[in-house]
Structures are given as C-alpha cells and as structure tokens.
Design a protein around this ligand. Structure first.
Ligand code: NAP
Ligand code: MG
Length: 498
C-alpha cells in the first residue's frame, strides 16, 4: 500500500497492508503450439486451413494457435454428433450415461489446479476465483446432472422424456469452463450429443476438456468442440442440429432468434443483464458492502448477472458510499495468477474499449467518477474498479450493460420507488435485496422482474438452482431439474393426456 498515491477525493487512506506476491506456477499447464478441432473423439485440422492466435490478456502474450472452423468443419462435427447419437448414445442405458458424467466430474476435480491456472491464463480472471468458484462449480454441475441421468422418468412423471438429438451450444468468454459445464452436463444427461463452440478469446479450457473426455472414455462423437469466431457460431446455428443453446450478448441472441424463427430447432437464450442491487437502511451495512463488491467486481464485472446498478436508500447513502470507497482502496488489481489478486485483467482489447467508451459517456453525461488509487500494469488490458455517483436513470451507464468493473449508484426513498427503478431496464436476469426484514424480501421478490433474486447475498450459484432471465435477458432455464427440460422432447405426453 506504501506506493499508493492519494487522489483528490474524500476516501479515507487505506490501512497499511503489504502483500508479497504469491504467483501460482504455470508449470502444471502444458500448452500445444497449435490445436485442432475435436471431432469424433480426435483432434483434426480444420478444412478451412485457418488459424488465429489466442492470448493471455494480462500480458498480450500469444499462448497458442487455434483453428478457425469453417461451415464445412461445423457440418462434419454435426455429422459426427448425429452418428454418435444414433449409433449408441441415445440407446445407452441411463445409468451408463451417468457413469461417464460422474467420471468427467471426478477428473475435473482431480485436474482442477491445471484447469484453474489455464482458465486464469487465457481469460484474465484471478486464480482465487477460477480455483474457488469456476472449477468447483463446473465439477458440481457434472455431479448434479449425473444424478439425474437415470431418474428422468421420475423428474417428469407420465411425460415420456426423450432426447432431442444433436445440441448446438455457443458460449461466451466470461466463465469458459463453467458455461461449458452448464451446457454439456444437462445435454448428455438427457441423452443428446453435442457440438459446442467456445468463445473466440477463451478456447483453451474447452480444448483441455477434450482430454478429460478421452480420459473418461466417453464414446467418440458424443461431444465435439469447434473453435472459431462469430462466423463459426453462425454456421452452427444454421447446421443440422435439433437445438441451439446460446449464452452471450442480447444482440447476437436476437439475431439467432430471427434465424431460427419458423424452424423446428428448439432454442434457449441466456443474454445480458443490468441488475439492481438494492440496499435498505436496515441492512447489515458492512455485509452489504462486501455483497456490493462481490456483485460488481467479481470476475472484473464480466458477469451477466452482475449487480451493476446499486440502488441505495437515501438515508444511508453517505455512510454506505464512504464504506464502499474505503473498501475499494483495499482491492488488489493485477496479475491473475497471483493468489492475492482480487481484480484481474479485462478479457480482451475489444471489451476494454467498450468499457472505456461507456465510462467516458458516464462522465460526459454528468456522473461523478471514483476510482481507488491503483497502478495498472503497463502491458495487457486493465481497468480500475470504478464507482459512478450522481447517476440519472437515463444515463447510458444506468441503461446499458457495461460488462466491466463499473458500478452505477442511484438512490431511492421507498420500497415502491426501489421496485420501479429496479425494473426500469429492458433486462431481467437478476437482482439483490439487502434488508433485515424477511417480509420485505418477499414483498420485493414478488415485484422485481428478474429470474434470480438474492437476499442478503449476491452471485451465489448452485447446480440445483435454476438460472435464467425475463425480457431481453432471454428465456429458458439452466441448472436444476428445469435445466433438463430444454434438452428433452415430451411427445409421448399426449398419450397420457398431460
Ligand atoms: P457475443 O458475440 O454474443 O458472444 C457469445 C458467443 O456467441 C461467442 O462464442 C461468440 O463468438 C458467438 N457469436 C458471435 N456472433 C455470433 C453469431 N452471429 N451467431 C452465433 N454465434 C455468434 O458476445 P461478445 O462479443 O463476446 O461480448 C459482447 C457483449 O455481450 C459484452 O460486452 C457483454 O455485454 C455481453 N455478454 C454477455 C454474456 C452473458 O453471459 N450474458 C457473456 C458475454 C458477453 P465470438 O467469441 O467469436 O464473438
Ligand atoms: Mg462477439
């Protein structure tokens, strides 16, 4: 803390903590110079012959070359998935399918350090988070859905659940392995086969996952991974698949919905958010401050359900903001592989530019900016934790998803006003409520238009709990028994009259 420079703001000086750096070793990760597409259980070179470089966003160092799959590569992957579906996977006993899912879960646990280091290296997120959140949750998802695989007829009694066939799955870069687990685990448990496209900037954990599939002896073709940019994703949407599951931006989600309109392909969309984290004056203030920090600075704010709009009851506005600013001065921004790091690197130059643009818009529109004093590394993509006060609801920083470590603070006087402001958004993914009164939590939860509402906590995930949105945040649920439904056909239901 000694090197911190005090800026011209009223935040109290941080207490004097010195941290030795504690970097996690990269040795455990063995990178290939060039990867292939994972199709039919083998790594194959792309027909396109094209590759791109994937980076470490904290240093801009090239990590490996990744295939850019062309539409014909995607078609080959879909064919492999179709053959695997008809040649055995759909007819495998449910307990047999569960066996593979349990194996995958256990191997992910055994190799969790290797995956955590790779996830931080390729995505920029702090090792503390990839180690303590991404990896345990990814394994937990496979364990959870392994448990459902042989109980589908009990999960959906009298509805004769059947797999759909081939699922095309497209995932973003903010939780690369975890989003893969959210997609693949329920699809396989329900008896489908899969073609998955990871995000362009974070393909490495999905490619290492192929090694886990081989170790688990999953039959070839049941899971196929095609890498590439948005054009590869668009090719997968157009391919001969039975379902598309997409997580990413609302813009691309809308384009996919247009593309699939009128087709028989099923669709689930998990899109953006602009969640309200609502703080009432009777809450436990220090806990709320921790919840606010976790809500917006976790994973650099690259979180669709991030608590990016803070709604504070007017009576506690000043003490709360003071405590929050003081807490921000203790956040350590830097090397994602350092175990002390709280806020890592921004995932890509493109995302950094988007954050910078919206922050500049916030300043131009008249909001007041606060950033704690912190030295950002010279190379790589970085953005200091930021709080905007004096924010009006009409400002872009109160309306648009920033997807970065930027919090916009608004105030309210009554619960009704809090609800009105919280719902004043095209999104509806999540919300947080901080109050000591249980009855108020329930009152709020009934009125907030959000798929997930946390009370006196934030960003808590569990595989047993369904997750998904309202309005422009998308439709369909992932997690829980609900998460199986989009991967099943219930045609037999009519025979039972229900
Ligand atoms: P995105 O373009 O929607 O990316 C999501 C996934 O879709 C990626 O795998 C992407 O490939 C792929 N994709 C892109 N264009 C496609 C198309 N036309 N058809 C099919 N698939 C396509 O999101 P982004 O560009 O990474 O981020 C943009 C903004 O989206 C962020 O700033 C953030 O606001 C929001 N976002 C939300 C979430 C979420 O969890 N809800 C996650 C990430 C981003 P590429 O990687 O090549 O683009
Ligand atoms: Mg994109």
């Amino acid at each position: 803390m000694a090197e911190l420079e005090q800026r011209g703001d009223r935040a109290p000086a941080p207490s004097a903590w010195e941290y030795e750096s504690a970097p996690e070793s990269r040795e455990i990760v063995k990178l290939e110079e060039r990867y292939g597409l994972f199709i039919g259980g083998e790594f194959v070179q792309p027909r396109s012959g094209e590759y791109y470089e994937t980076l470490d966003p904290s240093s801009e160092e090239t990590l490996a070359e990744i295939p850019q799959a062309a539409p014909e590569d995607v078609a080959i992957a879909v064919k492999a998935a179709r053959e695997a579906f008809t040649d055995g996977w759909s007819a495998a006993t449910p307990a047999e399918r569960a066996k593979y899912l349990f194996r995958i879960a256990r191997i992910l646990q055994e190799r969790s350090r290797e995956f955590a280091v790779l996830e931080s290296l390729n995505g920029g997120k702090p090792i503390r988070e990839s180690r303590d959140v991404d990896l345990p949750l990814a394994a937990a998802h496979f364990f959870y859905y392994a448990g459902w695989a042989d109980k589908l007829e009990y999960a959906f009694p009298h509805r004769q659940p059947k797999p759909l066939g081939v699922a095309g799955q497209i995932i973003p870069w903010n939780f690369p392995l975890l989003m893969l687990a959210w997609k693949i685990a329920p699809a396989l448990a329900a008896g489908n086969t899969v073609v998955l496209k990871p995000a362009e900037t974070t393909p490495l954990s999905a490619l290492l996952f192929c090694d886990v599939l081989r170790q688990a002896e999953l039959p070839p073709g049941v899971v196929n991974i095609v890498t590439g940019d948005g054009a590869t994703g668009a090719a997968l949407v157009k391919a001969e698949v039975d379902k598309i599951a997409f997580t990413g931006s609302t813009e691309v989600g809308k384009a996919i919905q247009r593309e699939l309109a009128g087709s028989c392909k099923k669709l689930t969309l998990e899109l953006g958010g602009k969640a309200a984290n609502i703080i009432f004056d009777d809450c436990a203030l220090d806990q709320a401050v921790e919840g606010i920090v976790n809500g917006i600075y976790f994973n650099q704010g690259h979180v669709c359900c991030a608590g990016s709009r803070l709604l504070v009851q007017e009576s506690i506005y000043e003490p709360l903001i003071e405590k929050l600013k003081r807490r921000l001065t203790t956040l350590r921004v830097g090397d994602p592989l350092d175990k002390n790091t709280d806020v890592g690197a921004i995932n890509s130059r493109q995302q950094l530019e988007k954050i910078e643009e919206l922050v500049a818009a916030g300043q131009e529109e008249g909001a007041e900016i606060y950033q704690p004093p912190c030295r950002l590394p010279e190379k790589g993509y970085w953005f200091a934790p930021t709080v905007f006060t004096n924010v009006a609801q009409s400002y872009r920083i109160a309306q648009e998803e920033i997807f970065g470590p930027v919090l916009s603070v608004l105030t309210f006087r009554t619960p009704d006003e809090a609800v009105e402001k919280a719902n004043n958004t095209p999104y509806g993914l999540s919300a947080g409520v901080w109050t000591e009164k249980g009855s108020r939590i329930l009152w709020m939860a009934q009125r907030l238009e959000a798929g997930v509402i946390w009370a006196n906590t934030y960003n808590r995930f569990d595989p047993a709990s369904p997750f998904g949105g309202y309005k422009e945040s998308g439709f369909g649920r992932e997690g829980g028994r609900h998460g199986l439904e989009p991967y099943l056909d219930f045609d037999g239901a009519e025979a039972f009259g229900g």
